[in-house]
Design a protein around this ligand. Structure first.
Ligand SMILES: Nc1nc2c(ncn2[C@@H]2O[C@H](COP(=O)(O)OP(=O)(O)OP(=O)(O)O)[C@@H](O)[C@H]2O)c(=O)[nH]1
Length: 367
């Protein structure tokens, strides 16, 4: 733990990856490595559908949202159920941040494990809200876990990199490519392809189907060629490490990369965040001013048209606003390391979230 006059904030590691890439095993490996270094992390499991997590999560979405019940109530399939569960959990995320904040003085790393279906986290409003909320309160880094043995074909490698690229541009956070399962397949080929454009081109050509019957490059080959030029720029913005979550190889190098990304977060992400916040506030203020001007104009017209009614037009600022209450205010996020889960009465009540059938809105719902 850092000593000194001012303690550094913990850094959040947001673990993202395709299904089966080894995210949970990786998080467990980070957990055991940090324990061996006497730096206990704070871990969040955001996968509501997982039946077994190999680590002890401090906060587990499954304590707050009953995933099978969500599927039943909303008549959803597995993926819709995960997305809706994440939406429900996001409504309580301020509490999660509060709990993390309480531990900020005693932990160095906050680790998030995300749902197995990558797009549920990366392309949902909840995923974006959670990522933004975490990254605006703590230094944060994305660990993009890649199944190395399954990415040795140039086309698969490129698809995976394009996906990573889209996440980088969406989150704008420091980004680490984690080539996992190096015990089965060393990741050197990937580093070579990333560092040397021509080497990747050669692999593409070698992989067959690169020329049509007349000896011209195929459409796919030309597309991949152009894409790899785009990716060349992308590779400059990230760090790549090879790890084996099974054996623990490369985990120290991963943490070196995480620690180095703190500076990138402070130098690049934070100023960008401040700029975006300022622009948003300016826009909001403008919209408020416009609405207020319109309201004042309408009121002036109303008063001119009906002076008697205007005399009775009073507003009591102390009166309670109806319908403002939090439906689930009794549902609290549990920090497992501090208290035990109180049981099923604790779940967010999904039946109450649907109580306005006349509006034909099932909220929160997959979107
Ligand atoms: N050989 C080897 N196998 C690994 C490694 N990491 C994970 N695995 C295996 O890969 C499989 C998937 O690992 P998980 O950790 O469940 O992957 P995940 O990304 O969390 O899976 P989902 O949550 O279902 O998407 C399991 O069988 C793991 O044992 C590794 O470094 N080496």
């Amino acid at each position: 733990m850092a000593e000194g006059s001012e303690r550094k904030k913990p850094i959040a590691i947001i673990t993202i990856g395709m299904a089966g890439a080894g995210k949970s095993t990786f998080v467990q490996r980070l957990n055991s490595y940090l324990h061996s270094q006497e730096k206990t992390p704070y871990i969040l499991n955001l996968d509501p559908a997982v039946t077994h997590v190999p680590f002890d999560a401090n906060i587990d979405i499954r304590d707050t949202v009953n995933y099978p019940e969500v599927m039943k109530q909303y008549n959803l399939g597995p993926n819709g159920g995960i997305l809706t569960s994440l939406n429900l959990f996001t409504t309580k995320f301020d509490q999660v941040l509060g709990l993390v904040d309480k531990r900020a003085d005693t932990v160095d790393y906050v680790i998030l494990d995300t749902p197995g279906q990558i797009e549920i986290f990366t392309w949902s409003a909840s995923g974006a809200i959670i990522t933004d909320a975490v990254a605006s309160s703590l230094p944060a880094v994305v660990a993009y876990v890649i199944d190395t043995p399954r990415t040795t074909a140039p086309a698969t490698f490129m698809s995976n990199m394009l996906y990573a690229c889209s996440i980088l541009y969406k989150t704008k956070l420091p980004f680490i490519l984690v080539f996992n399962k190096t015990d089965v397949q060393p990741h050197q080929f990937a580093l070579d392809w990333m560092r040397d454009f021509e080497e990747f081109q050669a692999a593409l050509a070698e992989h067959g189907g690169s020329r049509d019957s007349e000896g011209e490059p195929t459409y796919m080959n030309s597309l991949m060629h152009s894409m790899s030029l785009v990716l060349d720029e992308f590779y400059k913005h990230l760090t790549a490490v090879g790890v084996s979550s099974m054996s623990g190889d490369g985990i120290k190098e991963f943490f070196d990369a995480v620690d180095a990304s703190r500076e990138a977060y402070e130098k690049e992400y934070l100023p960008e965040l401040a700029r975006a916040r300022e622009a948003r506030e300016k826009k909001l203020q403008q919209a408020k001013d416009d609405s207020m001007n319109r309201l004042m104009k309408d009121l002036a017209v109303d008063r001119a048209n009906n002076p008697a009614a205007a005399l009775n037009d009073t507003w009591d600022p102390n009166a309670d606003d109806e319908g403002d209450e939090d439906d689930d205010e009794d549902v609290n996020i549990i920090d497992r390391s501090e208290e035990t889960w109180p049981g099923q009465g604790q779940y967010i009540d999904v039946t109450r979230a649907q109580r306005h059938p006349e509006e034909r809105i099932n909220w929160p719902r997959p979107g």
